[in-house]
Write a protein that binds this ligand. Structure first.
Ligand SMILES: C[S@@+](CC[C@H](N)C(=O)[O-])C[C@H]1O[C@@H](n2cnc3c(N)ncnc32)[C@H](O)[C@@H]1O
Length: 266
């Protein structure tokens, strides 16, 4: 069963795409797209494609004859992704749970996933499924966020949420920033059968136009919004608190850091 934190539905996809994607996901999507390109794959499966930031870049950069499947658990995320493509472009959108892939064995040269693995409730199963659908010689490339310390904006947002709901704080920000132990990741990926696993830390700086816009993304652009509402809270008030805290503690230059994992199937 999917985690509550994985429910990117309702008004969340639009807010996610407008207020978060340009500041948190664009640069890392460029990085992953180039890594996939270097593999020169003919068949690519993207997991947890969300609103399509990486799918768009992959289609732009990969050979025109290559096949691309962009998949996600949540159809409303894929609806936005679909809107970024013209009719006739070669991309297939598919509603797929990354822990239960509906594809045949050895179907893809590359599988790629940007900031999705943290949300998969059964990571071991998702790694096994990816290994199964990869062709021999194929690669799984994915990134995950490093800790709160390396991504201070997330700790700041969680701090406001905790101060607002001291008895029962929404836990959203613990999920995407809670899976970054290099040893644990290597071991889990290798246990699925991958022969070689590399993990690289990749820092980036992202400049936000305003704390107000970014705070909207941090509160309205992910399932934290629904956690606040479920507690009878007011997302606008939380958003105002996050905006002030971002302005005071971060300014306009966000320090970001992710882990880039490359697993090879021999
Ligand atoms: C932070 S978003 C990342 C989206 C996109 N890759 C990007 O870079 O903007 C996490 C995504 O994981 C998806 N997701 C969560 N659990 C999933 C699962 N079990 N299988 C597939 N996708 C899942 C969510 O629907 C959401 O689109």
């Amino acid at each position: 069963m999917a985690l509550y934190a994985a429910q990117f539905v309702g008004s969340i996809p639009e807010n996610y795409d407008q207020w978060l994607v340009p500041h948190l996901f664009d640069g890392y999507a460029d990085d992953l797209a180039h890594r996939v390109l270097a593999l020169q794959p003919r068949t690519v499966l993207e997991l947890a494609a969300g609103t399509g930031i990486l799918s768009r870049k992959l289609r732009d950069i990969l050979a025109s004859g290559s096949d691309l499947v962009a998949s996600d658990l949540n159809a409303p995320m894929l609806d936005i992704a679909r809107s970024k493509f013209q009719p006739g472009e070669s991309v297939r959108f598919d509603e797929v749970d990354a822990t239960d892939l509906r594809f045949g064995d050895a179907s893809f040269d590359a599988v790629v996933c940007q900031f999705g693995v943290m949300f998969f409730p059964d990571k071991a199963r998702s790694y096994s499924e990816v290994h199964r659908v990869l062709k021999p010689g194929g690669s799984y490339l994915f990134n995950v966020w490093d800790s709160w310390e390396q991504n201070p904006f997330a700790q700041i947002a969680h701090g406001i949420v905790e101060a607002t709901f001291p008895d029962d704080p929404p836990g959203f920000y613990k999920v995407p920033f809670g899976y970054h132990d290099t040893g644990e990741i290597r071991k889990a990926v290798a246990s699925a059968g991958f022969s070689e696993v590399t993990v690289e830390h990749l820092p980036m700086t992202s400049t936000i136009p305003s704390a107000a816009n970014f705070a909207k993304g941090l509160v309205f652009g992910n399932p934290l919004h629904d956690e606040i509402v479920a507690r009878g809270g007011n997302p606008e008030e939380v958003c105002a608190g996050v905006e002030q805290a971002i302005e005071r503690n971060v300014g306009t230059d966000l320090s970001l850091q992710a882990l880039i994992v490359h697993a090879y199937k021999y």
